[in-house]
Design a protein. Structure first.
Lengths: 316, 221, 670
């Protein structure tokens, strides 16, 4: 019991502490791939600490909702990430939320952030919120269909059970899983505001979605929202890792050595995923805003197709 | 006796072919379309090669080699050259929008599964499901042909239908080599003829957009 | 005994309605009427709760010698009726509480006060009716009293047309239900529900009864494509009545459907489930897309009701499909999800309508394009509305998420269904459900964000004041219920167990013994959810973060102009409007489903007149279904109108012709 509590606590800390490192790593690899030196690996930590110590500048028209929103966004994202198995399954509180609840928690964070974008009453906030709502209206159903596919295969919606099933022998190479993986990667790119959906490095209104919503935030509020977006990236990478690359995850009750091996495996998976993400972002260009619906519609169709194939029989 | 892994891999190839057919519907640029078609032919050749391995039918290796050589290499190169020579406008306009086309694609896949699986209840599992996927590929190829305004995309759709037929034939165990050679040659001939016609049409009317060509048909009211 | 008490409450409400006529013009009329309604509905609520929670249901039937002489009036209280009575009276009590404060805004109380308690009484009587005549009489009484309330402000533009359409659709629905009950009673003519229950009809007759019940109850509930009256009529009524109509009367319609299809008809055929859930899925997606296109706050909420009714029908359809295949546990899960969603919707939709009413009372505006910044002027209303918006968007830890989650779990049980059409339909319906949930969140970001956040877009919004204490109390009570039902769902599921058991023969496992108030609908290994822990963790994480940062980092705040990329514009017209917020979604979905087109007219250079953006939306069911039917009816009526202008000889010829025709029929029949 004590060990399980410690593992859960460790999980929460790992998620929080490794998230800025992943973001910094992706940024550095992207820079190296285009021939620049790039910022130091630990720069996001320095950015967060600097922002935390700064004074907040609030617009005159900002309300109590605007002031409270960053804390809620951060809390919802962190709680969702703490329930995803990273280096160990069988977390103490994993019965509290299954994959559908995790997707819905991210939806809560997005709801609050979209409202915060509208609070100050500038046009930039509206741009970000309206585009974010359009992206969410397609990305969330696609994610739900991916969850359906995985739970139909594993017989459960709990992430720990799914991870356990994927490690076992009953999986085989299935077309539905391939489609689910492609759909999940597309949704992850859209939700984390990465190229080709959004450019995290720009402040031009042509390319802003996430940045536009948080344009009026400063100081510790901005630090919390940035931290939440780092944690969200880590969350999606962890989901992809624990479902589609579950090797090395320690099962519950296996002892300290297994947990440490699980941590090492997890760090390796983060490194590979970050490298692939950086490669992908450097290789393709950003899409026009009204092509997002084709991209995400394809993800939704793949999810529906994968579920359909599983429903019809055990084919694929 | 086909082992479970072999079954899964054959399945994976067949399903990937459906996936690539779906990707063909999504393309809106000519070069992307031709490259995706090359991938389509590649997947079909791998599928046939794997079938040759598990069915222990060496003549299917030749079929796979033909598919790889002609359809994955020669025909895409020819099409690329044709595009450059004809100076064809590189964007493909769909008739009803990509979203609706993809929705129709899903409906067609559902339809082919609904038709094929109950119909072939006595056959072996691998053959049944390959047939269902093959029918999906054929229907998706037809959908591509009717939902694009461009002659080159129709040619690509036509050839993807032929790939679906190959998948069906190899899945059903036992297609003689001579049939495959004749089919491949007929495709090549068809392509040459279509190419000639496209050049002639282009010379005459300065465009190969079907919508505009339609006005030049006879017997118009 | 409980049944007698509930009938007494209904009678008290009817008397109050009559008394309101007598008190017409007095200053105390409104508080008295609403106060008595509040007391009566609260007593009804407590009695219904007592009936639902007591282990052996007192049941009880009552026959009164009123009504048709050979039939009398039969009343019965079983688990299903008790649950819906709880929902109805809760909504009624909250509406009465809200109206005590809101009623002060009413210009013509004489047109509202007599009908409001009558409406409540009618709804209660429908739920307790145990024979077809009492049911239909109470149903019509409910429709007519709500019609009178819709026509209360009949001089406002559009309200008269809304009332007319409502009357037509309500009569049409009652006609369908009349035919359904006629078919159920059969040639022997036994109209009591007990008699009908014992002699279920054959397959063909059952199919026709299902279709009639879908038309009759579905049109009252707002099922696509019979929903067209709902977004016109619900906003036209005064706000507390709108809340009752949207949140409560639609539940009475759902009760009617459940009573006919689940209780009175025999065991279902598998295609019933397919048809009902497909209709539900289409209703859900179309409803929320319509809602996203609206700029009128109350109309947006009415369309959102259509969406939620669609979600309930998805659950009902799944339950029918499972029952037809003898999968009782899965049927119980789907029905639990549907009924829980009924309860949740009545709670948060009432809350949202009350918020809209508060805004309407303070500013006189329903158009979101003229509101904004109300969070500064009406903070308590804004807070309650925010809770309602979060609940209806199915966000944890509120109640909307729990019913949605249960429905997803039911969908995931569906691969075991043997029929091919169901195998394809259920994942499609699942995708439609997921799509409607995501779009609903977008819709309510628009509703809350444009109305309450941002800067005020007009003077009335700038000068708004907070609404009165009664209204705020009603809203906060409902907001608290939203949270409670979200973090303690196990108790609600257990309360529903007797209802589910009576209708499907099975029920979900008892939830109250599980650790930490988790809910486990099927099996622990399969899925579980704990709203309380999630709420606790989120609250803990947020407060820890706030505490740690304020103590160790910085807590300084400075107010200044907005950043706005360096060019802050003082005019509030530069911020996003309701139409612009939904423009991307309109581009993606609306071009196909609504034939949406945008037209921009720019003046030539040098001309100082403003540019114009015109958005044109077509309502496809209206163009395809309603307009042609109205055209045909108009045409036929025009032709038949000639009958009004015949000469005396003409009328005599008609009579003579009818007599000769009947004699000929008699001769042939011999």
């Amino acid at each position: 019991m004590i060990l399980e509590l410690a593992v859960q606590f460790c999980e929460m800390l790992v998620v929080l502490l490794l998230a800025p490192l992943l973001a910094g790593y992706v940024r550095t690899v992207k820079a190296r791939l285009v021939g620049r030196r790039g910022p130091p690996l630990l720069q996001p930590y320095r950015d967060l600490l600097r922002l935390l110590r700064k004074e907040v500048v609030l617009a005159h028209s900002a309300s109590w909702f605007f002031r409270g929103a960053p804390y809620l966004v951060f809390a919802a994202t962190w709680v969702a990430a703490a329930l995803v198995p990273t280096f160990a399954t069988g977390l103490l509180f994993n019965y509290a939320a299954d994959m559908i609840a995790i997707v819905a928690l991210l939806g809560t964070a997005r709801f609050i952030l979209a409202l915060a974008g509208l609070d100050v009453g500038t046009s930039f906030g509206g741009i970000g919120s309206s585009r974010e709502l359009m992206i969410a209206s397609l990305a969330e159903p696609a994610m739900v269909m991916v969850v359906f596919t995985l739970s139909l295969l594993a017989g459960s919606t709990q992430l720990s059970s799914i991870a356990g099933f994927m490690q076992g022998p009953g999986v085989g190479l299935r077309v539905s899983l391939a489609m689910a993986l492609v759909a999940l990667v597309m949704v992850a790119i859209a939700e984390n505001a990465r190229i080709p959906i959004d450019n995290p490095a720009t402040h031009l209104e042509l390319t802003m979605v996430h940045e536009a919503m948080i344009l009026e935030y400063s100081g510790r509020h901005l630090a919390l929202i940035e931290a939440a977006s780092f944690v969200k990236l880590l969350l999606y990478v962890s989901i992809i890792a624990c479902v589609f690359a579950p090797w090395g995850i320690a099962a519950s009750g296996q002892g300290l050595g297994a947990y440490l091996a699980g941590l090492a495996a997890y760090a390796g998976k983060l490194a590979v995923a970050g490298f692939l993400l950086a490669l992908f972002e450097t290789a393709i260009a950003k899409m026009r805003v009204f092509r997002y619906s084709d991209f995400l519609g394809a993800a939704l169709m793949l999810g529906v197709l994968a579920t359909l194939l599983l429903f019809v029989s055990r084919i694929a | 006796m086909i082992s479970s892994l072999a079954f899964d891999v054959a399945h994976l190839f067949a399903g990937s072919l459906v996936l690539v057919s779906f990707m063909l519907l999504y393309q809106d640029r000519m070069t992307g379309l031709i490259n995706t078609f090359a991938l389509h032919a590649l997947v079909v050749s791998f599928s046939v090669a794997w079938q040759a391995h598990i069915q222990e039918a060496p003549h299917l290796y030749i079929t796979a080699a033909i598919a790889l050589g002609i359809k994955a290499v020669v025909i895409p190169v020819v099409l690329h050259r044709m595009i450059v020579r004809l100076g064809i406008h590189r964007t493909i306009e769909p008739v009803v929008g990509i979203g609706l086309t993809m929705l129709a694609g899903i409906g067609l896949i559902a339809l082919s599964i609904m038709v094929m699986l109950p119909l072939t209840a006595q056959a072996g599992t691998l053959a049944r499901e390959d047939l269902a996927f093959a029918l999906s590929v054929i229907l998706l190829g037809l959908l591509m042909m009717i939902s694009r305004r461009n002659a080159v995309s129709q040619v690509v759709g036509f050839m993807s239908i032929e790939n679906g037929l190959i998948l069906a034939a190899t899945g059903a165990k036992g297609m003689p080599l001579v049939v495959e050679i004749s089919v491949a040659f007929s495709i090549l001939v068809a392509l040459i003829v279509i190419g000639i016609f496209l050049f002639r049409i282009r010379e005459r009317f300065e465009t190969v957009d079907i919508h505009l060509l339609h006005e030049h048909r006879g017997e118009q009211p | 005994m409980i049944l007698a008490g509930l009938l007494g409450c209904a009678a008290a409400l009817l008397l109050t309605g009559a008394a309101a006529l007598a008190l017409h013009g007095r200053r105390l009329a409104a508080p008295v009427v609403y106060g008595v309604s509040l007391v009566a509905t609260t007593i009804g609520l407590l009695l219904a709760g007592r009936a639902l929670f007591s282990p052996d249901l007192p049941g009880g039937t009552l026959s009164l010698p009123i009504g048709l002489p050979w039939l009398g009036a039969h009343f019965r209280l079983d688990a299903l009726a008790a649950f819906f009575l709880l929902v109805i009276n809760l909504g009624g009590a909250m509406a009465s509480l809200f109206a005590v404060g809101y009623g002060a805004h009413e210009e013509t109380p004489g047109r509202v006060l007599p009908f409001f308690p009558a409406f409540l009484a009618g709804m209660n009587l429908v739920l307790m009716a145990a024979d077809a005549f009492t049911f239909l009489f109470s149903w019509e009484f409910m429709s007519l009293s709500s019609w009178a309330l819709v026509m209360a402000h009949h001089r406002r533009p559009g309200n008269a047309a809304a009332g007319y359409l409502y009357l037509l659709m309500a009569s049409f629905g009652t006609l369908a239900l009349l035919l359904a009950f006629g078919l159920l009673a059969g040639p022997s003519g036994g109209y009591e529900f007990a008699v009908i229950r014992q002699t279920p009809p054959g397959a063909a007759v059952s199919a026709v009864v299902l279709v009639l019940a879908l038309i009759g109850a579905g049109s009252k509930a707002g099922l696509f494509p019979l929903h067209a009256w709902l977004p016109l009529a619900h906003p036209a009524a005064p706000t507390h009545v709108s809340a009752l109509m949207s949140a409560v009367m639609t539940k009475v319609a759902l009760y009617g459907f459940i009573r006919i299809v689940f209780d009175l008809l025999g065991s279902p055929a598998w295609w019933w489930g397919a048809a009902v859930s497909l209709l539900g899925g289409v209703t859900a997606v179309m409803g929320v897309l319509y809602a996203l296109m609206q700029n009128d706050l109350k109309r947006l909420l009415a369309y959102s009701t259509v969406e939620n009714i669609g979600i309930v029908f998805i659950g009902l359809g799944l339950s029918l499909a499972f029952q037809a295949n003898e999968m009782q546990a899965a049927a119980a899960l789907a029905l639990t999800a549907a009924l829980f969603h009924c309860f949740n919707h009545s709670v948060f939709k009432s809350l949202l309508f009350f918020g809209a009413g508060a805004v309407l009372g303070s500013t006189g505006e329903r158009d979101m394009e003229r509101l904004g910044g109300l969070i500064h002027r009406m903070p308590r209303t804004a807070f309650a509305f925010l809770i309602g918006a979060a609940a209806i968007s199915a966000l944890p830890p509120f109640n909307g998420f729990v019913s949605e989650w249960l429905m997803f779990q039911a969908i995931l049980l569906s691969p075991n269904l043997p029929q091919w059409l169901l195998k394809f339909l259920v994942p499609t319906v699942g995708a439609l459900l997921a799509l409607s949930a995501a779009l609903a969140a977008a819709c309510f970001v628009k509703a809350f964000g444009i109305t309450f956040l941002g800067r005020a877009r007009s003077d009335v919004a700038r000068d708004a004041v907070e609404t009165d204490g009664w209204s705020i109390t009603a809203m906060l009570v409902l907001a608290a219920l939203c949270l409670l039902a979200g973090i303690l769902p196990g108790y609600f599921i257990d309360a529903l167990a007797p209802v589910i058991d009576a209708l499907t023969g099975s029920s979900l496992p008892r939830q109250e013994q599980l650790d930490w108030l988790t809910i486990v609908p099927i099996a622990q290994s399969r899925s579980s959810y704990n709203g309380l822990l999630l709420f606790f963790f989120i609250a803990l994480a947020a407060s820890l973060a706030a505490e740690a940062i304020h103590r160790f980092a910085s807590a300084a705040v400075r107010r200044s102009a907005p950043w706005d990329c360096g060019f802050p514009d003082p005019s509030p017209a530069t911020q996003y409007t309701a139409g612009s917020l939904s423009q991307p979604i309109r581009r993606v979905f609306g071009t196909v489903l609504f034939r949406a087109s945008e037209e921009v007219r720019l003046p030539p250079p040098g001309d100082a007149s403003p540019a114009q953006l015109r958005v044109r939306l077509h309502d496809i069911p209206w163009d395809v279904l309603y307009a042609p039917v109205a055209g045909v009816v108009g045409f036929v009526a025009g032709r038949l109108n000639a009958l009004q202008f015949l000469t005396i000889r003409g009328y005599l010829t008609l009579v003579f012709g009818a007599l000769v025709a009947l004699l000929m029929v008699l001769a042939v029949w011999q």
